[in-house]
Design a protein around this ligand. Structure first.
Ligand code: PEP
Ligand code: MN
Length: 344
């Protein structure tokens, strides 16, 4: 961390910054320039939650962190990739095989989810997605079947053996969601629901942490850090696109650079959601293939038996035959790109 002093800072003010820094556990090195003094602080910055303790002192112009603000999630703390077990025999992260999660946006009916689960499995998906509790912008739209939706997911799991990923919207539903979910999804809108993240940090199942639609990378990784801080290291990150100024042709801006960036910064697995990332069926294929080429550990893709009549996100859902051909292409791209990232 560095503390930049104002041009007119007095020696007394500089000394005060040094003594406060030492009290906070840092070693302070004063660099006196011709115009300004810069104080370098050596030590673990993640111990200092609030730089205001230094910024508020007289004569201080600014305080800048150098280290990343997250520690448990950081690759500097753990160099090797985290590999997370979803179910016995199914792992994600590191050199484990690409994990494709597929299913409808929302669980709509028993027949629909079982049909979809079978199509997902037949084409190589390992995880069935489907929301029982749906975050909807407008009231009076379909908000999911709730407990009944979880029951249908459980039936689909029993029939196919697929793992289940489903969203937890409200921590009061934890017991119910926990029973059925193999991965609990935190949606973009809840990425900074800190009290929920705290509770999810106390469970032993993997958490799929979607990137908030207006979150910086640090905010996203600090949300992961929060879950880990409370004891749950099984965090899977999910890039699902962010808001930008032009929402005319795509629903979100899918930030594919997050795959290499997150893999550089953290040891956690990252997956990509090209469905919410684009909002349009026609763009899902290219972005799914590009994600694989970028080195993603997995994908989460919306598929539906009849997208035109889906109760949510039909315009971005793939029909089963589209998913079937996409999976063939994904496998082709993956066969070429996996050895680039994992040569052995
Ligand atoms: C979803 O997965 O259906 C969903 C609501 O995603 P997000 O939270 O990324 O919008
Ligand atoms: Mn959706």
């Amino acid at each position: 961390m560095i503390v930049v002093m104002e041009t007119n800072a007095t020696l007394e003010q500089i000394n005060k910054v040094v003594s406060r820094s030492e009290d906070l556990g840092f070693k302070a090195i004063i660099n006196k320039g011709e115009i300004q003094t810069v104080i370098a602080l050596i030590g673990d910055e993640t111990n200092l939650s609030n730089t205001d303790l230094l910024a508020e002192l007289g004569g201080v112009m600014k305080v800048e962190r150098i280290q990343v603000p997250f520690r448990l999630a950081s690759r500097t703390t753990q160099y090797a990739d985290s590999v997370i077990e979803i179910l016995p025999g199914l792992k994600i992260g590191g050199a484990e095989d690409l994990v494709v999660m597929a299913g409808p946006c929302s669980v709509e009916s028993e027949e629909g989810i079982i049909l979809t689960a079978k199509a997902a499995k037949a084409n190589g998906a390992k995880v069935l997605r489907g929301g029982a509790y749906k975050p909807r912008t407008a009231p009076r739209t379909f908000e999911g079947l709730g407990e009944l939706g979880l029951k249908f997911l459980q039936q689909a799991k029993d029939e196919t053996g697929l793992a289940i990923v489903t969203e937890i919207m409200d921590i009061r539903d934890l017991d119910l969601v926990y029973k059925t979910a193999d991965i609990l999804q935190v949606g973009a809108r809840n990425m900074q629901n800190f009290s929920m993240l705290n509770e999810l940090g106390k469970i032993d199942k993997p958490i799929l942490l979607k990137r908030g639609m207006a979150s910086t990378v640090d905010e996203w990784l600090l949300a992961a850090e929060r879950i880990m801080h409370h004891g749950n290291n099984k965090v899977i990150l999910c890039e699902r696109g962010i808001r930008s100024f032009d929402g005319k042709y795509t629903r979100n801006v899918l930030d594919l650079a997050m795959v290499p960036v997150v893999r550089h910064l953290t040891h956690l697995p990252i997956i990509v959601d090209p469905s919410h990332g684009t909002g349009k069926t026609a763009w899902v294929r290219s972005m799914a293939l590009a994600s694989v080429a970028a080195g993603t550990h997995g994908l989460i893709i919306e598929i539906h038996p009849d997208p035109e009549n889906a109760l949510s996100d039909g315009p971005q859902s793939l029909k089963f035959e589209q998913f079937e051909s996409l999976m063939k292409e994904i496998n082709k791209v993956y066969a070429v790109t996996k050895p680039l990232y994992y040569p052995n």
